[in-house]
Design a protein around this ligand. Structure first.
Ligand SMILES: N[C@@H](CCC(=O)N[C@@H](CS)C(=O)NCC(=O)O)C(=O)O
Length: 218
């Protein structure tokens, strides 16, 4: 049986959780509390970088959400979430890499600020600007399509949707991006997205645990 190690408010693990649900696979969810569970020896043996998500498929372990999604797609190809024609495949990969290389580092100082670790204003402004550039890029790339890479949900939608849909936590609005706003609404209506949406209680509990972890120097 597939096992997913996750944390309810992590978009990195939510994207794997959504892919498992969208593909209608059986799996077991194992929740970690990120104020220390990730440093337990059993977990570090699975991921020496002490990061969720980790997927375990019998004796095979996969880390890194991008690699996990590719593994699931190759092993469970129905419904197909990776286009095969060159342009649509390139679109999916562009979106995944822009989220990884542009959005994730820009969100990091905004997230730390939310946890009470102050960043200087120029770092925060640079992060907001980087997100604005990223959002404009995604808006233009989506164009008239319903999903990235075509009319069917793709890995890029899962990868980017789990990030773009939570930007409001960091006071980043989608008001200037009508196509992305409509795309987010489309995604958020899907049962897998409804099922995995973190509750306000989960968010508050995770944030206070992470704040406590920072205060204890973990
Ligand atoms: N590039 C990784 C990022 C994973 C990641 O940053 N996970 C965070 C939660 S969102 C984590 O486990 N943090 C725990 C720690 O830093 O000790 C992926 O895509 O899987």
């Amino acid at each position: 049986m597939l096992k997913l190690y996750h944390e309810p408010i992590s978009f990195n693990s939510r994207r794997v959780w959504i892919a498992l649900l969208e593909k209608k696979l059986d799996f077991e969810l194992i929740e970690l509390k990120l104020d220390g569970d990730q440093f337990q020896p059993d977990f570090v043996a699975l991921n020496p970088f002490h990061l969720i998500p980790v997927l375990v498929d019998d004796s095979f372990r996969v880390i890194e959400s991008l690699a996990i999604l590719d593994y699931l797609e190759a092993k469970y190809p129905t419904p197909a979430m990776l286009p095969t024609d060159p342009q649509n495949l390139a679109i999916v990969r562009m979106v995944e890499m822009v989220i990884t290389n542009e959005f994730a580092p820009a969100i990091s100082p905004l997230f730390m600020q939310m946890l009470g670790v102050a960043s200087d204003e120029s770092t925060l402004e640079e992060a907001r600007q980087r997100l604005a550039t990223g959002l404009s890029f995604l808006e233009n790339l989506l164009g008239d399509y319903s999903y990235y890479g075509g009319e069917q949900l793709s890995l890029a939608d899962i990868f980017a949707g789990t990030v773009v849909s939570v930007l409001h936590y960091f006071d980043v609005s989608l008001d200037n991006y009508p196509l992305l706003s409509a795309w987010c609404e489309r995604l958020e209506q899907r049962p897998a997205w409804v099922e995995t949406a973190p509750s306000a209680r989960d968010v508050a509990a995770s944030i206070s645990r992470m704040k406590a972890g920072i205060a204890e120097g973990k």
